[in-house]
Design a protein around this ligand. Structure first.
Ligand code: PMV
Length: 333
């Protein structure tokens, strides 16, 4: 092969039963499974070009060279693709995000999933969904879930080489098109990466073992709630998982807290509206932003009422959406 080009789009996803703890840091193998919902419209669009004219691997995200940490993650994916497909060349990767990067909006999940799909296509390799999910996981654990649409479960697996640690679809977007709004508290870079945060929590939080036990308990409850379209059951398990994850990291020594005053202000607004009978639930990843979900069609007008209570906050509307796929349009500068 002399040259190869491939492009893909992949969405962000938000975990409802969270991943926070690795059993292998190099391969991003989790201590327990997790369950997420894929988000429509918040996506990365990536083009990979392998060829002899590239003196090294280079990744340009929204016009800027990717910093070293992100680059190291991307190279794990590129190296694996080169190994499987026998490609002898470096790659030029160009990517754009349709939403703020590193704002706790799972931009790395979208980016690494899009990279996995685009790089395989560029190398002339057509991976199964399982293989694509394993490949995306090498860049960022949660990225393995962005290959699929709708509701997605990451099976933790038990093998040391990680080939059984990948995501599977639980239900399609059409099964249960939940509505959501993302309340942006801060668009800045997060102070502690999730990899470092997970390692510090596992090493020093007295609640870490209990947290992993809670995940194993919550997973089948959340899966059943999704399959039965039981919004109240999903609300309880998703908020419980989110708060347990944050409680575990707040109890680490030194403490790790991603929340800002606006985070609590948003939780308070959700509680007030729910007390009025409007159905909604929140979740928060490794950042201060809050994602709030309502049932299909948002019959109580919950999300609009929430946005009206938070007039100084930027928000982004989204809903349950499709997974990643290869596309023909390329990204170039
Ligand atoms: O995949 P990472 O390394 O970005 O970690 C994601 C961690 C959380 O977003 C907090 C939880 C999750 O399951 O996505």
């Amino acid at each position: 092969m002399t040259e190869g080009i491939g492009s893909a789009r992949a969405p962000a996803n938000i975990a409802l039963v969270k991943y926070w703890g690795k059993r292998d840091e190099r391969l991003n193998l989790p201590e327990a499974g997790s369950l997420s919902v894929t988000l429509e419209g918040l996506e990365a669009h990536t083009t990979v070009r392998f060829g002899p004219s590239h003196p090294r691997d280079q990744l340009i995200l929204d016009g800027h060279a990717l910093p070293e940490v992100g680059m190291r993650r991307a190279v794990r994916i590129l190296d694996r693709v080169r190994e499987v497909a026998g490609v002898p060349h470096y790659a030029l990767v160009q990517s754009t995000n349709s939403f703020p990067t590193a704002a706790g909006l799972a931009s790395s999940a979208a980016g690494m999933a899009a990279l996995a799909l685009a790089a395989s296509r560029a190398a002339g390799w057509d991976p199964s969904a399982e293989e694509a999910s394993v490949l995306a996981r090498l860049g960022s654990g949660s990225a393995c879930r962005s290959i699929h649409g709708g509701f997605v479960e990451w099976i933790a697996g038990s093998r040391e080489d990680g080939v059984d640690s990948h995501a599977v679809g639980v239900a399609s977007p059409e099964h249960w098109p939940l509505e959501a709004t993302v309340v942006l508290i801060s668009e800045g870079e997060k102070p502690v990466s999730s990899t470092r945060g997970m390692a510090e929590t596992a090493a020093s939080s007295p609640y870490h073992a209990a947290w992993i036990g809670a995940v194993r308990h919550d997973l089948p409850v959340a899966r059943a709630a999704v399959l039965a379209r039981d919004f109240d059951a999903l609300s309880a398990v998703a908020e419980g998982s989110c708060l347990a994850m944050h409680a575990t990291m707040m109890a680490a020594r030194p403490a790790l807290c991603y929340w800002k005053p606006g985070t609590l202000q948003t939780l308070d607004a959700v509680a007030r509206l729910r007390a009025e009978g409007r159905r909604m639930f929140f979740t928060i990843d490794a950042g201060p932003n809050v994602k709030v979900f309502a049932p299909p069609g948002d019959p109580d007008g919950a999300l609009g009422a929430l946005e009206a209570l938070l007039p100084d906050k930027k928000t982004l509307r989204t809903r349950t959406g499709p997974g990643g796929s290869c596309v023909d349009e390329t990204v170039s500068d």
